[in-house]
Design a protein around this ligand. Structure first.
Ligand SMILES: NC(=O)c1ccc[n+]([C@@H]2O[C@H](COP(=O)([O-])OP(=O)(O)OC[C@H]3O[C@@H](n4cnc5c(N)ncnc54)[C@H](OP(=O)(O)O)[C@@H]3O)[C@@H](O)[C@H]2O)c1
Length: 254
């Protein structure tokens, strides 16, 4: 039977690569993002059954509408991948960054909760389901110049952990994916060297494998896994010393 999958943020980057690979597997895909023209363009390239929804994940009613439309036709999905996210360098001292900070937290954290909410009861009723959140290695420790992005992903990782434990008795899986550097429009904005930079297609392949194997927490690429584990363990004074020299994300208008 065809896998039924919901993917947010699939008009570019990692989400787009996931849709293309699930398309090859003959899945039924519900695709959510804001840019309608890109969604229409993408749907034309797919051979699988798909539904497109022009949705802003910061709006719960829009997420609920998309979920209900999908479930009315195909029933509850097997997998829901909350991938939509935004990034920008931010500094709390800049008044103009405060709006950007809100947008980042709203999209990267609350947007994931909005994405999952409409599916929790249907998953519980059926007694199965799989939620996947795309967090980041940037959420492992605080990164200077990216307080909003880094904290949004730290909060997301912890939220996904809470959800995983909450839903474990209901036979519902939760997978946290923490990418390092992946080639997408998001990283195109970076003007510094990015270790172990991975093409989006390869990242999507690793993510799909992690989902299939019902992994709880996976860092991609695997080389970043080593760095991520070390980042987690470093004493505060050593982390501060290293991170002070880290390159900073550009400020982007979101
Ligand atoms: N690339 C990396 O190195 C990297 C590393 C770690 C984590 N990540 C995470 O991976 C995820 C995908 O990032 P990416 O690199 O593929 O970035 P991307 O190419 O910029 O894609 C982001 C996607 O999210 C959608 N989106 C953004 N805000 C949205 C909103 N409010 N509502 C609905 N859709 C929204 C965008 O589509 P529309 O503009 O059409 O809405 C787009 O499809 C993000 O959560 C990101 O934080 C990426």
């Amino acid at each position: 039977m065809a896998l039924k999958i919901i993917i947010t943020g699939a008009t570019s980057g990692i989400g787009l690569a996931l849709v293309k690979q699930y398309d090859k597997q003959g899945a039924i895909i519900g695709i959510l993002a804001r840019r309608r023209d890109k969604l229409i363009e993408l749907q034309k390239t797919l051979s699988c059954k798909s539904l497109i929804f022009s949705v802003n994940v910061t709006d719960l009613e829009q997420c609920r509408w998309a979920a209900e439309e999908f479930m009315a036709l195909y029933g509850a999905p097997d997998i829901v991948i909350a991938n939509a996210g935004v990034s920008s360098g931010t500094l709390t001292e800049n008044f103009s960054d405060l709006e950007t900070i809100k947008k980042i937290i709203d999209t990267n954290l609350i947007g994931v909760m909005h994405t999952f909410y409409p599916f929790i009861q249907p998953f519980k009723k059926r007694g199965s389901g799989h939620f996947v959140g795309i967090s980041s290695v940037a959420g492992i420790r605080g990164l200077p110049g990216a307080g909003a992005y880094s904290s949004s992903k730290a909060a997301l990782t912890n939220y996904l952990e809470s959800l995983r434990i909450e839903l474990s008795n209901a036979n519902i899986d939760v997978t946290t994916i923490a990418p390092g550097y992946i080639v997408t429009p998001m990283t195109d904005a970076n003007n510094f060297s990015m270790p172990f930079l991975m093409p989006a297609e390869n990242a999507a392949r690793s993510i799909i494998k992690a989902i299939k194997n019902k992994r709880k927490y996976v860092i991609v690429p695997w080389q970043m896994n080593f760095i991520g584990r070390i980042m987690h363990l470093l004493p505060i004074s050593i982390w501060d010393w290293i991170a002070k020299k880290a390159p900073r994300k550009k400020n982007i208008t979101l």
